[in-house]
Design a protein around this ligand. Structure first.
Ligand SMILES: Nc1ncnc2c1ncn2[C@@H]1O[C@H](COP(=O)(O)OP(=O)(O)O)[C@@H](O)[C@H]1O
Ligand SMILES: [Mg+2]
Length: 335
């Protein structure tokens, strides 16, 4: 378990004082995939780097399995760090070393013999799907393959925690998907705790169990994916959810459908796989046109949003339609 208790980080230079992280408290359970989302400069990397003590908090403490990581001597810290792997946006590979040599590096530093290193590196190459690439150099790999090397290297010492700093931000959407699938796989197979920071809601949506939203050094909201997606509270969270979840041109739709009524329906897990819409139409006898629809899947829930257009007439039909949907846990909003 990772416990971040009232942690602040202040950078002081000649010109100014920067509060990179301000009074953050979070608890991350073993085996969880925990997302921290925020725009650039929100303090995500600084917070992540305090988990493995690459940065020391100005105030507060970070506990890993009841051990205060900020308080360890050098030897104990090095020992603790072997249990925390990290991957980066730009991979941070050594260009003069082959794939297998990159993966072996942490083991070499830990003084593991060449034989044992090779055995472990080969296991990892298998795990991350880099068979046949053992002797390639990083410059000969695609972005996704480089990140696979990064992941294999981070796992070399059998860590229990993996920290991911914008690990998919330099990758195209398909490669992002495949790397996220790999993170899901190692989370399940190795029961690894993953802390992932990102500015991309689609990343959080796909893999995380819980998420914290950071704005200007502070955590402004925290919750399960279900809570965050269905009931975002802070304006920044709403913006992230909206980007992921709404059609991009909600205002455009309003301009196209100037007469009649545009409804946005939000279907939740309990009902997204049932024929509720056709039932609601039959029940209310309201004619509708579907304008746009999208289904979103998270680890926990799947739900969809749908935009529909109707004429303004027949007040009672509208009432019945909305009532039926509300009774079946479909959120109805007029746009
Ligand atoms: N070593 C440092 N010295 C001074 N300021 C820093 C340092 N690292 C980060 N900052 C500042 O702290 C704030 C948060 O940065 P960072 O944690 O990198 O944000 P994020 O990862 O969310 O983009 C930014 O204003 C950044 O300029
Ligand atoms: Mg960062």
């Amino acid at each position: 378990m990772i416990e971040i208790k009232n942690v602040s980080k202040i950078y002081q230079n000649k010109m100014q004082t920067i509060k990179a992280v301000e009074d953050v408290s979070l608890t991350i359970q073993d085996g969880e995939i925990y997302g921290i989302i925020g725009y650039s400069g929100a303090g995500k990397s600084t917070l992540l780097r305090m988990i493995n003590s690459l940065e020391k908090p100005t105030q507060g403490t970070v506990w890993i399995d009841q051990e205060n990581i900020s308080d360890l001597n050098k030897k104990a810290l090095n020992q603790a760090r072997t249990k925390i792997g990290m991957i980066f946006q730009h991979f941070n590979l050594l260009w003069s070393r082959t794939v297998i040599e990159n993966i072996e590096l942490p083991l070499e530093i830990a003084g593991v013999s060449l034989d044992k290193r090779r055995v472990r590196a080969k296991e990892l190459i298998e795990l991350v799907g880099l068979n046949g690439k053992e002797n390639s150099y990083p410059s000969e790999l695609s972005g996704g393959q480089k990140q696979r090397v990064g992941i294999a290297r981070a796992l070399a010492n059998h860590p229990t925690i993996l920290l991911c700093d914008e690990a998919t931000s330099a990758l195209d959407p398909d490669t992002t998907e495949s790397i996220l699938d790999l993170l899901l796989k190692i989370n399940k197979e190795l029961h690894l705790t993953i802390v992932l920071i990102t500015h991309q809601m689609e990343v959080v949506q796909k893999v995380c169990h819980r998420v914290a939203v950071m704005v200007e050094g502070k955590v402004v909201e925290e919750g399960t994916m279900k809570e965050i997606f269905l009931k975002p509270k802070h304006p920044v969270t709403k913006r992230f959810v909206k980007e992921e979840n709404s059609c991009n041109q909600e205002t455009d739709l309003k301009n196209v459908y100037t007469d009649g009524i545009l409804y946005k329906l939000t279907f939740t897990q309990e009902n997204s796989r049932q024929p509720i819409l056709s039932q609601a139409i039959r029940y209310s006898d309201l004619d509708i046109s579907i304008v746009q629809a999208k289904l979103t899947n998270t680890q926990e829930i799947s739900f969809g949003t749908m935009y529909i257009h109707t004429s303004k007439n027949h007040d009672q039909k509208h009432q019945h339609f909305i009532q039926f949907l509300n009774e079946h846990n479909v959120l109805v909003e007029v746009i």
